[in-house]
Design a protein around this ligand. Structure first.
Ligand code: NAD
Ligand code: IPM
Ligand code: MN
Length: 377
């Protein structure tokens, strides 16, 4: 059979819970599609800090680079929040993205008919939303120099960061966005702050230039503040959105709420070559992982509240974009829909009349759905 090596980076908080479910689903789907997976689990984030004192050990990055695809849970937690910048879990994640060169982050937001009632928006607004945020992931204010802390002449503390984009960084993300839009509905909205920021002025200029290569794609531009409003007012106007690192971070969390829960949204981080990194867009959710004080371990076992479907759907993206295993990706997506059709819901997407289950149990239901799909063939 075909064989792929997958690096698992469970990370912190709910990360290990959701990755464990997604791994089991991936193994099962693989066995049905004649694909064998080898898994290697490596520490990242707070887990790596506790183990070896850095948020991204060299070995984690080198194992990841040598594998066929990488699945990340989430990183971060109260315990490490006061760490110096280079010892923060979040720094490890940024080093990982930069180290892998995954500059393009695809973050789809689809409102499933089964979950329209879980959205906080009116049914007629949310129904049928299907958009893709193409977020630049290895540049902008997250990485720009100069950055740091300093003091003014009066001795007051300052912290500063720089939003910077070079033409090659804009061009390569714009290329991904135009190609993505072309395969979808042919509509691309570039979101920026070109009325104020130089980096955005250059962004708009380069995206506009590239449009001549894509006469079949309808390009529009929107300022980010308006885009944040339009996403709630009339989200169906959007097909593909391309934007910088920080705006993409914020707008994709906003878009997640159209779909019912951030616990549903997967993502794919892709580069020019090398393995892709696949991760839910949500974080380590310390409030439901319960990494509080002495009871850490007990809470983790007792809570079991996390929705693993964002990670399960990230595994579908891993199969589609990382391994070109489209059929296996479709199996996972169909199994998730079947599980929702059967009425199973974690707390974040629960509505009356449905069956409230935990992280593990909804994972088992997805596996049952996979088996059912194959039995019915
Ligand atoms: P978060 O996404 O972890 O949680 C926000 C809210 O959404 C919480 O109420 C949480 O319970 C809920 N939520 C998130 N995922 C869920 C899921 N799968 N099922 C059910 N509910 C879910 O964001 P935050 O609270 O701002 O950040 C917590 C920590 O996670 C911080 O340390 C932050 O830096 C980190 N973080 C990491 C990533 C990542 O690893 N990619 C992403 C975002 C935040
Ligand atoms: C995400 C997170 C990260 C980001 C943080 C944890 C560095 O919010 O993956 O969306 O801002 O990119
Ligand atoms: Mn985020």
């Amino acid at each position: 059979p075909k064989h792929y090596n997958i690096t698992l980076l469970p990370g912190d908080g709910i990360g290990p819970e959701v990755v464990s479910v997604a791994k089991n689903v991936l193994s099962l789907v693989g066995s049905r599609h004649g694909i064998e997976f080898g898994f290697q689990e490596m520490p990242v984030g707070g887990a790596a800090l506790d183990l070896v004192g850095v948020p991204l050990p060299d070995e984690t990055l080198s194992v990841a680079k040598q594998s066929d695809a990488i699945l990340l849970g989430a990183i971060g937690g109260y315990k490490w929040d006061k760490n110096e910048k280079h010892l923060k879990p979040e720094t490890g994640l940024l080093q990982l993205r930069a180290g892998l060169g995954v500059f393009a982050n695809l973050r789809p937001a689809t409102v499933l008919p089964q979950l329209v009632d879980s959205s906080t928006l009116k049914k007629e607004v949310a129904e049928g939303v299907d958009l893709m945020v193409v977020r630049e992931l290895t540049g902008g204010i997250y990485f720009g120099q100069p950055r740091g802390f300093s003091t003014t002449e009066k001795g007051e503390e300052i912290g500063f960061n720089t939003e910077v984009y070079a033409t090659y960084e804009i061009d390569r993300i714009a290329r991904v966005a135009f190609e993505t839009a072309r395969k979808r509905c042919g509509k691309l909205c570039s979101v920026d702050k070109a009325n104020v920021l130089e980096a955005s002025m250059l962004w708009r200029k380069r995206v506009t230039l590239m449009a001549s290569d894509y006469p079949d794609v309808e390009l529009t531009h929107m300022y980010v503040d308006n885009a944040a409003m339009q996403l709630i007012r009339d989200p169906k106007q959007f097909d593909t959105i391309v934007t910088n690192n920080i705006f993409g971070d914020i707008l994709s969390d906003e878009a997640s709420m159209l779909t019912g829960s951030i616990g549903m949204l997967p993502s794919a981080c892709l580069g020019e070559s090398g393995p892709g990194l696949f991760e839910p867009i949500h974080g380590s959710a310390p409030d439901i992982a319960g990494q509080l004080g002495l009871f850490c371990l007990f809470y983790l076992i007792l809570q079991d509240k996390a929705n693993p479907l964002a990670t399960v759907l990230s595994v579908a993206m891993l199969l589609r974009y990382g391994l070109q295993e489209e059929y296996a990706a479709i199996t996972i997506e169909s199994a998730v829909l079947d599980t929702l059709n059967n009425g199973f819901r974690t707390g974040d997407i629960f509505s009356s009349g449905k069956k409230l289950v935990g992280c593990k149990e909804i994972g088992e239901e997805v596996m049952k759905s996979v088996i059912k799909l194959f039995r019915n063939r």
